[in-house]
Design a binder for this molecule. Structure first.
Ligand SMILES: Cc1cc2nc3c(=O)[nH]c(=O)nc-3n(C[C@H](O)[C@H](O)[C@H](O)COP(=O)(O)OP(=O)(O)OC[C@H]3O[C@@H](n4cnc5c(N)ncnc54)[C@H](O)[C@@H]3O)c2cc1C
Length: 505
């Protein structure tokens, strides 16, 4: 596959070659200043219990948990790495799945833990509503390819029939219905039956990867040279190293799941909280710096086609970045995108809000008040009407709607490094936010961390200072569309022209 020229991409060499370690002086100067808990394998290995686990004197309030993030003891694994290490990957989105795939390529076993009730994928979400069925990609919409290693991966997905090119017209829809199509190059890709089925298929041919879902890892305990994972008190195994492959900073209530005490599942310890007491202060600090936007998704099915303006070829567009409308930043026709030539109804559309609208209308995402859901639905349908240049209240009523809030939608800042790894604590981070806000950046981050950890395992863990990476990088603001970045989609010239057009109109 030819790769497009990238407007923001980082060199592939960062992914394929060993990552540049932190200066050795960093470890010797930083770690001694922290309290150190040394984990060796000299004692017989048994699970930590409330009696024998590392004692914490910290409380559970938010204030104390923030303090704890910076003051907690650094865990230091000193025993040699096992010849056959097993890695726990917490998060089964694009980054975690590609990390597992690449660990397998290097002969390293892993278990992927993911919260997904309906499947893997995280923000690669597809909702199918029976019996019709209605189909909606309700987070990631499509992706482009700019990096040669990602291109190789996508080629293999094309060969297996997991992804396809989205041939439909996409472009920019300016308020009032003015549509400007984007060039058809670089190609845009979508999962053949949607994004979630793509995620669910990624590990289908692996033999060294175990998947556990739905499972919400709520505790990480370093003990006797291993990481012990648990889900609300239920043990989930012991591992030589861990990967944090999620950005989830939110406290979540899951009335749909019961914990081992048959009580509604509450996850108050994810990412920040999960890391706040795990013995990984540097990892926790980097995670805390991450800032995320919020985006509303409105899924709507219509009996009749919407009155869509055409592109240059005057066929109606299938996807559009919406400009000049407060409540909507993207709209896509899933029926055309995923079911192609279907002209008869129903017509399934995904509308995604702007980040500003998401922020202004933010509520707890698991418990959306009915009044907010209704307000958002009306506000976003009004935005669609304005974008299409239709008279007020003239848009046909959808026969099915559903709103969803992505409370931790897209990163707005980044350390700009493919992955983070703390060799003392044998813990790494991968995810889109390390490099950008796209499926490509998530995949590249997963690849980079897998290769870096495999190199570390090969070294036997004897020279940790050579493998510390990303622990001190400063964050920079991240650009792109409200729904993420699409490397190569718009050249800088096109972006400037579009901006000039917006200013003039
Ligand atoms: C509305 C929206 C639209 C987007 N559109 C596009 C697009 O068109 N193109 C594009 O390239 N990108 C798009 N993106 C961005 C893209 O979806 C992400 O960059 C990518 O999916 C991130 O993958 P990830 O693996 O880093 O994280 P995630 O996909 O978030 O995966 C993390 C997983 O970890 C799980 N998890 C969290 N905590 C725990 C725990 N304690 N235990 C177990 N599991 C846990 C989560 O539930 C989740 O499944 C969009 C994002 C949003 C929100």
């Amino acid at each position: 596959m030819p790769t497009s020229s990238s407007i923001h991409s980082f060199p592939s060499s960062l992914i394929s070659k060993p990552l540049k370690p932190l200066k050795p002086s960093f470890l010797t100067t930083f770690f001694p200043r922290t309290l150190t808990l040394t984990c060796t394998t000299s004692q017989p290995s048994k699970r930590p219990t409330s009696k024998n686990s590392r004692k914490s004197s910290y409380g559970t309030s938010r204030r104390s948990s923030l303090k704890k993030t910076f003051n907690q003891e650094q865990v230091v694994f000193t025993a040699p790495v096992s010849d056959d290490p097993v890695v726990a990957i917490i998060g089964g989105g694009m980054a975690g799945l590609v990390c597992a795939l690449n660990l397998e390529k290097r002969g390293v076993r892993s278990t992927v833990f993911d919260t997904g009730i309906h499947g893997l994928g995280g923000r690669m979400g597809t909702r199918i509503i029976d019996p019709q069925p209605l189909i909606f990609d309700h987070a990631a919409q499509f992706f482009t390819v700019s990096d040669s290693q990602f291109a190789e991966l996508v080629d293999s997905w094309l060969e297996k029939g997991l992804v396809q090119e989205w041939q439909g017209i996409i472009g920019k829809l300016n308020v009032g219905g003015q549509f400007v199509s984007l060039p058809s190059s670089p190609p845009r890709y979508v999962g053949v039956n949607g994004m979630r089925p793509l995620a669910d298929s990624l590990l289908s041919e692996t033999s060294l990867v175990n998947v556990v879902r739905p499972c919400w890892i709520s505790k990480l305990d370093p003990f006797n040279g291993m990481w012990y994972l648990s889900e609300n008190g239920k043990p989930q195994g012991q591992f030589d190293a861990i990967v944090i492959a999620h950005n989830d900073k939110k406290r979540r209530r899951r009335p749909d799941l019961l914990d081992s005490n048959k009580k509604p599942y509450v996850c108050g310890k994810c990412a920040n909280r999960l890391l706040a007491s795990s013995g990984l202060p540097l990892i926790a600090r980097q995670m805390k710096r991450l800032e995320l936007s919020s985006i509303w998704a409105l899924l709507a099915a219509f009996e009749d086609p919407l009155p869509i303006p055409g592109g240059a070829a005057s066929s109606p567009f299938e996807g559009a970045f919406v400009k000049g409308v407060d409540s909507v930043s993207w709209m896509a026709n899933n029926t055309k995108k995923l079911l192609h030539s279907q002209n008869s109804g129903p017509h399934c559309w995904t509308f995604l809000s702007t980040a500003a609208y998401g922020k202004r209308n933010k509520v707890p995402q698991e418990n959306i008040p009915n009044a907010t859901a209704e307000k958002v639905k009306v506000g976003m349908l009004g935005g669609v009407e304005a974008a299409l240049g239709l008279p007020k209240e003239s848009l046909q009523k959808p026969f099915y709607t559903r709103v969803q809030l992505w409370g931790a939608a897209l990163p707005t800042n980044t350390p700009g490094i493919p992955c983070i790894f703390d060799p003392q604590g044998r813990a790494g981070i991968c995810g889109d936010w390390l490099l950008g806000s796209s499926l490509e950046s998530a995949a590249l981050s997963g690849m980079a961390l897998a290769n870096h950890m495999a190199d570390y395992f090969q070294s036997g863990g004897a020279r940790p200072e050579e493998f510390a990476v990303g622990l001190m990088n400063e964050f920079q603001p991240l650009g792109g569309h409200d729904i993420g970045q699409f490397p190569g989609l718009e050249s800088q010239k096109q972006t400037n022209e579009a901006q000039a057009y917006e200013l003039a109109s």
